[in-house]
Design a protein around this ligand. Structure first.
Ligand code: SF4
Length: 426
């Protein structure tokens, strides 16, 4: 039961709360009633999206059924449109938005679509703050100070192509990690690879199929080990909770630049021992992971849409590697004492389905993962489930219950959103 009202919009994007229908949510395409205990105020820095050619769905408590809102009680001329929230970083969705797609509904762009409602004078969402770190909170960014510091660094280090690239990321694309680099704190990005050996359905840097657009431009060059080390060493020496990460949204797979990365890590660790050197990766090359660890890599984050091979392959469409290599990479890093996170691309209905939860627990049993980063899968849920050939195999127990179940079987495994700094010592 909830007091949150259904939110919908007219074609020009004005939003309204429905006079009596309750907010509803969706889990793997099944509409769900919403309880107040899974609602939080819309986090600062989030956005509201109007979903074209999608009819909003609410819950009628009197009639005890879900209702498609085809007509606007405020203005019968208007065709109500569904609305969803794209939550700010550090928040995980518990239910997706509830709607009915009209025949000619276009595929939605690469964002996540969380259920949103109106309650006591504010927008609320079915989500949870999964990570206390404020590193990407919108109120942490003083844009004037950022511009000043970035322009100064770009002027002083015109010779370094990677710094120039990060300048565009920070000042044009607004990448929070690139902004934190120029603000000298927390996690800094080290993109290196124009190529990839997978072609994910939801790749944000390269979309070959033409059905949807990539939301980021992919880096077009491989920086040298010296250029990488110049960025990383100063950051690890000076930053608060210093951390540098290979594998960013604006590149392909960093493991394909193994030789460059090994040399860069060796150069970095030759100059600074503090902070954490992390690699965000698809985990395709276990041998390269082992060699990077020997050179000083501290942690890896392996991205997974599912711990079930059939859905992993259907989403990643790997070229020249398989899901067993991914598990091999995790084992290689753990066997050498490294720290391992999985970047679990979360979609309510699939991620919390009993079959999926059991598969994740088996993966932890087998490999000894340390942290599960619950990142919302940025994709049109209906298109995604169709494309991976998803068939429900059991109940969806809810995202919060899923975390409880994993924690009960593996209390040592944490949940979060960001890569941790494992060694703040200067
Ligand atoms: S692994 Fe990363 S870069 Fe490669 S296709 Fe997938 S999302 Fe894109």
């Amino acid at each position: 039961m909830t007091t949150a009202r259904l939110v919908y919009a007219n074609e020009s994007g004005q939003t309204f709360d429905h006079p009596y229908l309750e907010m509803a949510g969706s889990s793997g395409g099944r509409w769900k009633q919403v309880e107040d205990d899974i609602l939080i105020p819309l986090p600062p820095g989030s956005e509201l999206f109007l979903l074209p050619h999608r009819i909003p769905v609410g819950y009628d408590r009197k009639k005890k059924r879900f209702v498609k809102v085809g007509e606007d009680l405020h203005n019968p001329q208007n065709k109500p449109q569904a609305v969803a929230a794209f939550m700010a970083p550090a928040y995980t969705q518990i239910l997706s938005a509830a709607y009915h797609s009209r025949q000619k509904a276009p595929i939605l762009p690469l964002f996540s679509y969380t259920a949103v409602g109106w309650q006591e004078g504010q927008f609320v969402v079915a989500g949870v703050r999964i990570d206390p770190s404020v590193r990407q909170d919108i109120d942490q960014f003083d844009l004037e100070r950022l511009e000043r510091r970035a322009k100064r660094a770009l002027g002083l280090q015109g010779h370094n192509r990677l710094i120039q690239h990060l300048g565009t990321c920070a000042l044009t694309y607004g990448c929070p990690a690139a902004k934190n680099y120029f603000l000298g704190r927390w996690e800094a990005p080290l993109p290196t690879s124009p190529q990839c050996n997978a072609s994910c359905l939801g790749c944000i840097s390269l979309q070959e199929g033409g059905q949807i657009c990539a939301s980021q431009e992919r880096i077009s060059f491989v920086p040298s080990p010296d250029e990488i080390a110049e960025v990383a060493v100063s950051h690890l020496q000076e930053a608060e909770e210093p951390l540098v990460s290979f594998g960013q949204g604006c590149e392909g797979e960093p493991l394909l630049q193994g030789k460059t990365l090994k040399e860069a890590v060796r150069l970095i660790r030759g100059q600074v021992g503090a902070g954490t050197i992390n690699l965000n990766t698809n985990g395709s090359l276990p041998q390269t992971i082992a060699e990077l660890r020997d050179n000083g890599l501290d942690s890896i984050r392996v991205s997974l849409n599912s711990a079930r091979e059939v859905y992993y392959h259907a989403y990643y469409r790997p070229r020249g590697y398989s899901y067993s290599d991914v598990r091999g990479s995790i084992r290689a890093m753990k066997s050498k004492g490294g720290f391992v996170s999985i970047n679990l691309l979360t979609l309510p209905g699939l991620t919390d389905e009993e079959g999926e939860v059991e598969a994740i627990i088996r993966l932890i049993d087998e490999t000894g993962i340390d942290l599960i980063q619950m990142r919302n899968l940025n994709i049109d849920p209906e298109w995604y489930l169709r494309e991976i050939g998803y068939h429900s195999a059991g109940r969806s127990i809810g995202i919060l219950e899923m975390m409880k179940r994993i924690h009960a079987s593996h209390p040592q495994v944490d949940f979060g959103y960001f890569n941790p700094c494992l060694n703040t010592g200067k």
